[in-house]
Design a protein around this ligand. Structure first.
Ligand code: ZN
Length: 313
């Protein structure tokens, strides 16, 4: 089986990429899979709208996992191992490891994660699982899973757009609270550090297993990006879900967590959200540009951004 793991800092379009890839034949869109253990316990909504523990995909998957790795019917154990072993500050150590210490929390977590991927494939009949958990530390741990082909997608977006998105108030979509928010300084610092970490993790896995995708290229030409991922994962020839260059049809998905847009189905217009170009304050623009300057050019972003000529909101 194959795993496509999407890495990068939040608000970069990972849910859009994840759900679009999920439309490819043989691909399963899991969303931010690292939250499945907690969300199953808390009965949070799946992308299909049902509580995850009542979803026709996740209910059998997680019961099989609990049986296989002797979790005594309690997924909170898996969440605890994850908290203990997979903090971002553990990344340097995780990158050095060849195998997890037997009997430790990381070894338990690796077994649980592998069982989860395998049971997803078994229950859904798909061979490629897309996991957009985004965290580089989780991406590093995938090296420790035996007998699994792992492909990494490093997703980046203009840091000024990302900073603007993190500041906006937006409802969660699945509960009565807003999505987490960060100020420009924090989101831009995290944009820089998470992207550096994502690059390090990609190098550790091997650059031939990785693709860097820019959100702006995804929305400008989704067909080409999906085709690139099909080539990366050696699944060329799959039918693409795009109706034309601007629209995609998304059917019901079973994402466990992610942006509220995971609940939207049907024909969706793909367009670059450039509201930030008109509404972001000069102070925030300057702060975000200065903080992210070391990587701006590397990812093809200008110091002084302009509205893209062909499509804008
Ligand atoms: Zn579901």
């Amino acid at each position: 089986m194959k795993i496509v793991y999407v890495m990068g800092w939040g608000r970069s379009g990972s849910t859009l990429l994840d759900t679009m890839l999920g439309e490819l034949d043989g691909f399963f869109s899991a969303g931010e899979l690292r939250y499945v253990f907690n969300h199953f316990v808390k009965k949070r909504p799946c992308g299909c709208g049902r509580p995850i523990d009542e979803c026709p995909v996740w209910r059998p998957v997680m019961h099989r996992v609990m049986e296989r790795v002797k979790l005594d019917n309690d997924l909170r154990k898996a969440a605890a191992w994850q908290r203990e072993a997979l903090r971002l500050r553990h990344l340097p150590r995780l990158l050095q490891l060849r195998q997890a210490t037997p009997g430790g929390p990381l070894a338990h977590y690796v077994s649980t994660l592998k069982a989860t991927y395998e049971e997803i494939a078994e229950v859904t009949g798909n061979t490629v699982v897309i996991d957009s958990s985004k965290r580089p530390s989780d991406g590093a741990v995938l090296r420790l899973l035996p007998d699994v082909e792992v492909y990494l997608i490093h997703l980046v977006r203009d840091p000024r757009a990302v900073a603007y998105s993190w500041q906006r108030r937006r409802p969660q979509g699945d509960r009565d609270s807003d999505m987490q928010r960060f100020g420009t300084l924090v989101s831009s610092f995290n944009w820089l550090t998470w992207n550096v970490m994502a690059e390090v993790v990609c190098r550790r896995h091997g650059v031939e297993k990785c693709r860097r995708i820019r959100y702006e290229d995804l929305v400008a030409d989704p067909r080409r990006v999906l085709q690139d991922v099909a080539v990366l994962t050696e699944t060329e020839g799959v039918e693409l879900p795009t109706l034309d260059d601007f629209r995609v049809t998304l059917l019901e998905n079973h994402t466990v967590a992610g942006n509220p847009r995971r609940f939207q189905t049907g024909t969706t217009s793909i367009r670059n959200d450039e509201a930030w170009l008109h509404r972001q304050s000069l102070r925030d623009r300057v702060v975000a540009t200065a903080m992210s300057a070391p990587l701006l050019r590397r990812y093809g972003y200008k110091l002084r951004p302009t509205v893209s000529p062909e499509r804008s909101v």
